[in-house]
Design a binder for this molecule. Structure first.
Ligand code: ACO
Length: 324
């Protein structure tokens, strides 16, 4: 049966120039390259320049995704930006991206689901494209996450970095079952776990930005279980076996979480895209950055079956299955 389906036409990414290594961090807090690498797999992270906003990073990623897709900005009628670190409380950072790309029409708005944000944005865009509300979307994840870190808290400041990534998603008609496109999403939250990973500030609470606070071992414990259940849900819905998946593109939080999920799902290590060593946890930007990296270096090819997952504050978590 043919149907209207959302197809990824191009991927893009952007990492700021400045790099902060584990050795640099060891001069700021009591930690070491050995500790960080062994517990997380992270070696370095990128830090946005002082005058770079989240919208600047997102715009660079959007430009690279548009170029890869061969799509003009004028063809975009929807921009959904996943971010936890907006330029301003309002308007939505997506509207700043819209202006910077010179796009006059359509709609642009932000989605907030922390590290799962990109998958929530993708599910939202896909729903809107499939129902015919829009035709061609930019789905972005961008963060200046280092601006909400407490640089004296070694339990969190070693984990995160800045960056942006995204895809051009276009609705195509008369797509057959085995063709390209997004096949299934599963997104969930559990608000009762909000305090385990949160920011201790906000507009209506403290009137300040606040800093990231996390009970790392609790997050870790829930991550593998929640991610695995989301993956099982998208596989169950589509009837796809895990052995049919060509590439696993997880949220790049921590190598140990990646390994734990891969092991539980019986996924071959060679199918797992890991970029966490090079940029740490960039929250909503990490999945599109990993996808862009593996598409750019030729590992992920058109037609490949790609499974993605994420888990983050909220708790929020999800999985997406798509054929590139
Ligand atoms: N350097 C050296 N020692 C450290 C550091 C550090 N950077 N951070 C913590 N420690 C110390 C602690 O103080 C503690 O010392 P103590 O035993 O003397 O009290 C010891 O290391 C163990 O602390 P734990 O927090 O129990 O360490 P754990 O083994 O759980 O590792 C980590 C911490 C890496 C944060 C781990 O819990 C983790 O990966 N959690 C997942 C969190 C995550 O990835 N969050 C990202 C957002 S959510 C998401 O994207 C999935």
């Amino acid at each position: 049966m043919s149907q209207r389906r959302s197809v990824v036409l191009g991927t893009g990414g952007y990492l700021p120039e400045r790099v902060l290594t584990n050795e640099d961090l060891a001069r700021m807090v009591e930690t070491s390259d050995e500790w960080i690498a062994a517990r997380t797999g992270i070696r370095q992270r990128h830090i946005a320049a002082e005058d770079q906003l989240t919208s600047d990073l997102a715009t660079r990623a959007a430009e690279s995704a548009l170029a890869a897709a061969g799509v003009e900005p004028s063809a975009i009628d929807l921009i959904i930006l996943a971010t936890t670190t907006p330029d301003r409380t309002f308007p939505a950072t997506a509207t700043a991206v819209q202006a910077k790309l010179g796009i006059a029409g359509g709609a642009a708005f932000d989605v907030q689901a922390v590290c799962s944000g990109f998958l929530f944005a993708l599910a939202t865009a896909d729903s809107m494209l499939r129902t015919g509300l829009f035709d061609t979307a930019l789905v972005l994840g961008a963060e200046t996450f280092t601006r909400i870190l407490d640089w004296s808290d070694r339990g969190t400041c070693v984990l995160f970095g800045d960056g942006a990534g995204g895809v051009v998603l276009q609705a195509q008609e008369d797509v057959q079952a085995g063709d390209r496109g997004i096949l299934a999403h599963h997104i969930r939250t559990d608000g009762t776990k909000g305090d385990l990973l949160h920011v201790d500030g906000g507009v209506s609470s403290t009137g300040t930005i606040g800093h990231v606070r996390m009970q790392g071992n609790q997050v870790f414990r829930h991550a593998v279980t929640n991610i695995s259940s989301a993956v099982e849900a998208v596989l169950g819905e589509t009837g796809v076996g895990i052995e049919e998946v060509d590439w696993f593109v997880p949220h790049q939080a921590n190598q140990r979480i990646l390994d734990g999920v891969a092991k539980r799902l019986k996924l071959k290590e060679s199918k797992v895209i890991s970029t966490v060593a090079g940029h740490g946890n960039t929250s909503a930007a990490s999945i599109p950055l990993a996808l862009w990296t593996a598409v750019s270096d030729g590992r992920i090819k058109p037609g490949d079956l790609v499974l993605s997952e994420a888990m983050g504050g909220g708790f929020s978590w999800g999985a997406t299955l798509l054929r590139l």
